[in-house]
Design a protein around this ligand. Sequence first.
Ligand SMILES: Nc1nc2c(ncn2[C@@H]2O[C@H](COP(=O)(O)OP(=O)(O)OP(=O)(O)O)[C@@H](O)[C@H]2O)c(=O)[nH]1
Ligand SMILES: [Mg+2]
Ligand SMILES: [Zn+2]
Length: 359
Amino acid sequence: MVNLADYGFDDFFRSQAEEYKNLMPGRVTGQHKNSYNVITAQGATAAELSGRFLYVSEKDEYPVVGDFVMLIHGEGVSIIHQCLKRKSFLQRRQTTGERDKGSAVQGIAANVTTVFICMSLDRDFNISRLERYLSVTWSSNAVPVIVLTKRDICGDWEQRLSETESAANGADILVTSKDDRETIDRLGSHISPGTTVVFAGSSGVGKTTLINALLQREAGETKEISSYGKGRHTTTSRELFLLQGGGCLIDTPGMRELGVDFGDIEKTFSDIEGLAIQCRFRNCTHTGEPECAVLKSVETGELDRRRYENYLRLRKESRYDGLSSREIENEKTNTMLKDIGGMKNMKKFIREKDRQKGR
Ligand SMILES: Nc1nc2c(ncn2[C@@H]2O[C@H](COP(=O)(O)OP(=O)(O)OP(=O)(O)O)[C@@H](O)[C@H]2O)c(=O)[nH]1
Ligand SMILES: [Mg+2]
Ligand SMILES: [Zn+2]
């Protein structure tokens, strides 16, 4: 018998589940192309979405690892009929190259308490990417913890730690090394019963290695790597594990790029937002207006230029953020017009159409 409470099934989910008298609750532990692995009180089962669910739901409403679902337990395959409301939802925007392949956003994990943002202290180290991960995490409703890995093979790790501290903006930072048990235990102390921690970060930074160490097991494939981010992903799917002392861990394949549509830029860059209060204009964009407190801080060196530029970059990517629905529509129209060659061309195009219609 499995106690679903160990998997984080609490009153929030229980009260939702009570509305479905004939269905059994379970948590998604694995996700494949057309099927899921789900853990229920009766044990692990393979499951598929019901025809009705597929019919009435949008793709981004489909369950992901970490979701609590309501199903009918079958002999072979169980059938999922409902996905319960989420406490948190970590999702990424697909980058431009991927966009045409499917929906614009992709769910990574649901009902996550903490995101361990894993970054290696050697070649993978990149503060701008960290700020990206922080933004996406803050907007998911989970709390970020920065995990710097591979301390053993980085000589000047203290320098990199202090760079990380200046970008963390309040998030906890842990430094680890796979063979240093003390650092692994410190990681474990951030995981408590009932919580769910997802390990995110580039391929090869050591996510699975850390999970194996925490689970004290050999399973979960890791691979020696010679190059980063070249598509040599060792972990190929997301998977949820139960930790002995309580708590759930989710392993994910490294992401090559992380778009920030839902990025909560304000929280990651609250220092810049704080400065902005002193700008002369309330709607200052900090890109050249007179008496701009942000630009002034960049000039005096108080605000790191790299951080300022990354802020502008991320803000531009997530420009729909914080706009009213009407403003979003306007924004999209402007982008569309820009895409086909600007307003002038659009007018020319309309005139040409009118001419053809003989107006
Ligand atoms: N020197 C050193 N090597 C490490 C450390 N942690 C992991 N590695 C090595 O880094 C390589 C990649 O580790 P993985 O755990 O597979 O990395 P991953 O983040 O799970 O990668 P993906 O599954 O592709 O996303 C393996 O060869 C590990 O042995 C560490 O602390 N120190
Ligand atoms: Mg892995
Ligand atoms: Zn300004």
